[in-house]
Design a protein around this ligand. Structure first.
Ligand code: HEM
Length: 428
């Protein structure tokens, strides 16, 4: 392994920690007892749970002081996410939209959203992604990572696997050249864009201009890649190839538009998979009997992915704003009020999930909220699920995989972008 590669991993860990700390604020590492209390006492709560814990909140990223209500129950959150005409998404772009010329699918509403979504989602459909499972994703996971780790008997799976592998797989599917510096730079800029909103105005004075520079650097890096691809006349079966042939409102996309879309996708595609994989491994290593169940019956792998994502999701909350006076959970929510939907709380709502704290692979399935729900449900969901399934299969094939007792037990923390700080493991 080159020292350049090590330096890139160090940078990724540093960026990752910055995000974890930002989204941990003053909240307890284990927020689930607090959610239980909130569901019982104030399931529709005046105030913003994230701001109360000194965490930037997508319900009011720019701290304008708009009224915010936090929702804790599954059914209330499900109904908000299923009703995009009454509950709008534009506020999600407040904090960092400017850094990416406001090209954010997640912050679009109405027809603009549905049209773009229809065009952009084709290469992310389940049928497309499943074709990549053994042609792209498994070769990356096995040849570039697991085979290198195997003889060593120990690793920090966060630094050496969970951080780089999803980016590597995703970038290969974009159609980017295989270049470590490119990968490291884009990943780091993407985090700087997302890290723009801060609760401390003094820190925001630094992070907001920094996000503008990062957004511009991403664009300036992506545009020549797109142009080069077009000039070579490549039409490979990857995202760049798809976008060059796609039509939106009867017109082909320009290179500039494609660079803009790819930048938007990069913001969403990086760390979310890293964190979900790490949270899954922490939960499974804490429950060796469940891990053994999966080893004995590999058909449980997809269940292990979704059940661990339910029990401890990385995307702990999403936000919307009321387009008109609304009623939710028996309470009136006036027009212009934002709702912060605590997905992490909804995922342990006993009205929907029996024995919700238990890691139970064979539990009756309910629609999973960890990728959001409704028309804005994560467009990269099948990519993320497939990556996590392959990664789990390959990592649990390491014999007698266990926590390394030489390090503190990893702790998943944060109210959003939840994840552990490291994942030190041993195998035989
Ligand atoms: C396990 C990993 C992931 C998690 C937990 C996750 C989570 C989410 C969530 C919760 C939303 C909904 C936001 C909202 O409703 O306000 C979302 C939207 C989105 N995600 Fe992901 N995501 C993951 C991976 C990815 C990947 C790999 C991509 C790749 C391109 C991606 C692209 C997107 C896009 C484009 C949207 C916006 C969709 C829309 O508004 O129509 N995500 N994601």
């Amino acid at each position: 392994m080159t020292s350049q590669y090590d330096a890139m991993l160090d940078q990724m860990v540093a960026d990752y920690s910055l995000v974890t700390n930002g989204y941990a604020g003053s909240a307890p590492a284990n927020p689930y007892p607090m959610f239980e209390e909130k569901r019982a006492q104030c399931p529709v709560m005046h105030g913003d749970l994230l701001q109360q814990n000194k965490i930037p909140s997508m319900a009011d990223y720019m701290m304008t002081g708009r009224p915010v209500v936090t929702l804790y129950r599954y059914n209330d959150i499900h109904s908000v996410l299923m009703n995009p005409d009454d509950w709008l998404s534009y506020i999600v772009g407040d904090g960092f939209g400017a850094a990416v010329d406001n090209m954010l699918l997640t912050a679009m509403d109405g027809e603009e959203h549905s049209k773009y979504r229809k065009t952009l989602q084709k290469p992310f459909m389940r049928s497309q992604i499943r074709k990549l499972m053994d042609t792209l994703i498994r070769p990356v996971v096995v040849h570039e990572f697991v085979n290198q780790l195997k003889p060593r008997g120990k690793a920090d799976l966060l630094r050496e696997f969970a951080l780089p592998f999803p980016i590597r797989a995703m970038y290969a599917y974009f159609g980017f050249p295989h270049d470590g510096d490119l990968l490291g730079n884009l990943a780091s800029w993407a985090i700087k864009v997302v890290a723009a909103p801060q609760t401390d105005p003094e820190i925001a004075k630094i992070t907001i201009p920094q996000s503008m520079v990062a957004g511009q650097s991403m664009y300036e890096t992506l545009l020549p890649i797109v142009r080069g691809y077009r000039e070579r006349g490549e039409m490979r079966n990857d995202i760049l190839g798809y976008m060059m042939q796609a039509e939106h409102d009867g017109e082909a996309f320009s290179d500039e538009e494609i660079a803009n879309f790819i930048r938007m996708l990069l913001l969403a595609a990086g760390e979310t998979t890293t964190r979900s994989f790490a949270n899954m491994m922490v939960q499974l290593l804490e429950a060796p009997e469940v891990l053994e169940e999966i080893r004995q019956d590999r058909s449980l792998v997809p269940k292990a992915v979704t059940e661990t994502m339910r029990r401890d999701p990385t995307a702990g909350a999403v936000a919307r704003i009321a387009a008109r006076d609304m009623e939710i959970g028996g309470m009136t929510v006036p027009k212009g009020t934002a709702v912060l939907c605590s997905i992490a709380s909804a995922n342990r709502d006993p009205e929907v999930y029996e024995d919700p704290d238990r890691l139970w692979l064979k539990r009756p399935m309910r629609p999973l909220l960890s990728f959001g729900f409704g028309p804005h449900m994560c467009m990269g969901m099948h990519m993320a699920l497939t990556e996590m399934e392959v990664a789990l299969e390959e990592i649990i094939a390491l014999p007698n995989l266990r926590f390394d007792p030489g390090y503190p037990r990893p702790e998943i923390r944060g109210l959003n972008m939840r994840g552990p700080d490291a994942l030190h493991v041993l195998w035989d």
